[in-house]
Design a protein around this ligand. Structure first.
Ligand SMILES: [Zn+2]
Length: 354
């Protein structure tokens, strides 16, 4: 990050989740015409947003998890968007922390994959508000009443305000590949999902050699595979490497090197190799994930230093589903909250043992 000019600084002294900053939050210039608002350290909702200037107009890559942070992001982008207003928004995928700020751009062109649009309404902002209320209410009960799920979700959602968010759909969808040309600058959109979610896309700006990877790339935190299959996620990461980009912007965390992307490929290989025998032995996915996270092989690996290691629970469920585990042994694929409940228990076990 030291190689890139930081144009604005949000002035934040700790991350949204209260951690020491690994790098400054603000707008960075990545090439003559490409920028990113980088949000340390890349944990829940700490999403990087892309900005591409095209001669008097700008293209935004993703919006934030709520309207407050989307407005903060716009303030931070003022040096660019005041001379080149945002004309087009591209959503890399349907997770709320990449598209729930869309309503501030409802009169602009919003582009996403068809599969992304199909998935956008699966989880509602109202559900998130309800969970927040529930977590707060439980805090007022006598000690011991707050369970691992409330603590986990309460901490994850604490920085965000979900009231008043209207999910705003893309106005244009595509499949496979699509080129957007704005004032002569080409942006190439590649559909790489289903993998992280059903409709993942990456965005490449060839004349700037900058790639925006969305959430197929998490740096410094554990990657998540909600949808799979793993082969697609791996192919997406390989496509990212094949772009010959000079700068790789992950969905979360600091700018990525090619080696960071290789580490992600290694993580997925490790997870695949560790989980296969557990699957064939008939061990439930959350138990298998917990055992791996406590194993010497994992604790001695570079992945043990990534935050949110408990996301392995979600990854295990997704892999089991693709390996043909009986449907009644798995949570409803749409039931993110059921997954979070299991993940919370594993996270609590990790904290207790370290
Ligand atoms: Zn995501």
């Amino acid at each position: 990050m030291d190689n890139f000019k930081q144009l604005t600084d949000t002035g934040r002294q700790l991350t949204r989740h209260g951690e020491p900053l690994h790098y400054r939050e603000g707008l960075y210039q990545l090439s003559p015409h490409c920028y990113s608002w980088l949000v340390p350290n890349g944990s829940w909702g700490e999403t990087n947003i892309g900005l591409i200037e095209c001669g008097g107009k700008s293209v935004l890559i993703d919006t934030c998890w709520d309207l407050n942070f989307t407005r903060q992001m716009l303030d931070s982008m003022a040096p660019v968007v005041s001379r080149s207003p945002i004309d087009t928004v591209i959503n890399t995928h349907s997770d709320g922390d990449h598209c729930w700020g869309n309503q501030l751009f409802a009169d602009r062109t919003i582009i996403a994959t068809h599969a992304c649009q199909q998935q956008m309404h699966h989880l509602k902002p109202q559900s998130m508000s309800a969970i927040q209320l529930g977590c707060k209410a439980l805090k007022h009960l006598p000690f011991g009443a707050v369970d691992s799920f409330s603590r986990y979700m309460g901490a994850m959602l604490a920085p965000y305000h979900f009231k008043g968010i209207q999910i705003t759909d893309p106005s244009f969808t595509f499949q496979q590949e699509h080129c957007v040309t704005v004032n002569g600058r080409d942006l190439v959109l590649y559909e790489v999902g289903p993998g992280h979610t059903d409709g993942d896309a990456i965005v490449y700006v060839p004349d700037q050699r900058v790639a925006y990877a969305g959430d197929i790339a998490f740096i410094g935190s554990t990657p998540v595979m909600w949808s799979g299959p793993l082969e697609n996620l791996v192919a997406g990461l390989q496509r990212l490497l094949a772009l010959d980009a000079r700068v790789l912007v992950p969905g979360h965390g600091p700018l990525a090197s090619r080696q960071d992307i290789q580490h992600l490929l290694d993580y997925w290989q490790f997870v695949d190799e560790q989980l296969q025998p557990e699957f064939h032995r008939g061990r439930p996915p959350h138990e298998a994930a917990a055992a791996i996270l406590h194993s010497a092989a994992f604790l001695g690996s570079p992945y043990a230093r990534w935050s949110e290691p408990e996301r392995l629970v979600t990854n295990a469920y997704t892999l089991y589903r693709h390996w043909g585990a009986p449907a009644d042994s798995l949570p409803d694929p749409l039931s993110t909250l059921d997954l979070m409940r299991r993940q919370a228990r594993v996270a609590e076990g990790l904290t207790a043992s370290h």
